[in-house]
Design a protein around this ligand. Structure first.
Ligand code: OGA
Ligand code: MN
Length: 313
């Protein structure tokens, strides 16, 4: 868990923002390539805090892509109409790339609403993403309601589960399907057959282990690609899913980031869930740009041979 003291790296500081997760980085300009020692400090801070907010940045899309690729290859976003110029840059906005404030029933705004459900990015891929990196271009005024990005720490959430829940969840999987976003948001136009074919449904264990953390366990589920856990009746799977969604809202797991222009927020999709807090879409403009660092391998569950070996079994 994070310590409260800032750490000083002569030119920049890393300061925890909550007991649950997150740190802010002040005094570093990330628009230029980072030297290896700075990158090493940031990688360690990312591993420890799970979310880093770099304050006061000035970035164009190329600079955001260049910053992001220092952490690994980037994913390409599945639907071109939700990107901005480059297929690596997802336009997280109720404003078109040309600057037009979109109508509330525009499918790109509905897609933003779906981001309001707890999730982790690219869970619909066999190899989900490692990190998402989001830049604040236009954000809500200080006196408005909503518009934060909420995060919940799944390492802490797993550790605090009652024992009977740990036993119940251990063998379970969830189906994650990009096309199922349309089941949750039925007014969105259908995907093309080619788009659907590129992203068939996948399953992931609900309890995952982390090889880079001594096989420590965390919860892994989403509420934006399906609303049920598998391996039981539909009714029971829905009820268990509802229990999990409710459980991860506990304040001791969560941090809600209130955006300032120029924030660059990078989060670990392996150990955090996140969600957009709804706001008045008609009244306020909100423009964020996201790049996504690809994951290194499939989600490992407790029954993988490596995980069993690490557990002494
Ligand atoms: C996303 C996302 C949250 C937000 O773009 O993946 O979940 O606050 N965004 O907009
Ligand atoms: Mn997301």
């Amino acid at each position: 868990m994070a310590t409260a003291a800032p750490s000083d790296h002569s030119d920049f500081t890393v300061t925890p923002v909550s007991p649950a997760l997150g740190a802010q980085v002040v005094g570093l300009d990330v628009s230029r390539p980072l030297d290896p020692s700075t990158l090493a400090v940031l990688r360690d801070a990312f591993q420890d805090h799970h979310m880093l907010c770099f304050r006061d940045q000035r970035l164009d899309d190329d600079q955001q892509v260049a910053f992001s690729t220092q952490f690994g290859p980037l994913e390409l976003f599945p639907e071109k109409d939700k990107t901005k110029g480059k297929i690596e840059v997802y336009n997280v906005a109720n404003v078109s790339p040309e600057g037009e404030h979109l109508a509330q029933d525009d499918q790109r705004v509905i897609f933003q609403r779906n981001n309001g459900r707890w999730h982790t990015d690219s869970s619909y891929r066999y190899i989900p993403s490692l990190a998402s990196i989001m830049y604040g271009v236009e954000v809500l005024p200080d006196d408005s309601e909503g518009g934060e990005t909420g995060f919940s720490n799944m390492l802490a959430a797993y550790a605090a589960l009652p024992d009977d829940k740990k036993v119940q969840l251990e063998p379970l999987h969830q189906v994650h399907s990009y096309a199922d976003i349309r089941r949750l948001e039925p007014t969105m136009p259908p995907m093309t057959a080619a788009e659907r074919d590129a992203l068939p449904p996948v399953t992931h264990p609900v309890v995952r282990v982390h090889p880079e953390r001594d096989y420590r366990r965390s919860l892994y589920f989403t509420a934006n690609t399906s609303l049920e856990i598998g391996g039981m009746t539909h009714e029971d799977g829905k009820a268990l899913h509802r229990w999990l969604v409710d459980y991860v809202n506990k304040p001791e797991f969560c941090y809600f980031h209130r955006w300032q222009p120029g924030d660059l927020v990078m989060w670990d999709n392996r150990v955090l869930l996140h969600r957009a807090i709804p706001y008045d879409y008609a009244r306020y403009r909100r423009v964020l740009r996201r790049t996504t660092v690809a994951g290194a391998g499939p989600i490992m569950g407790p029954f993988w041979p490596e995980a069993r070996k690490a557990a002494g079994g």
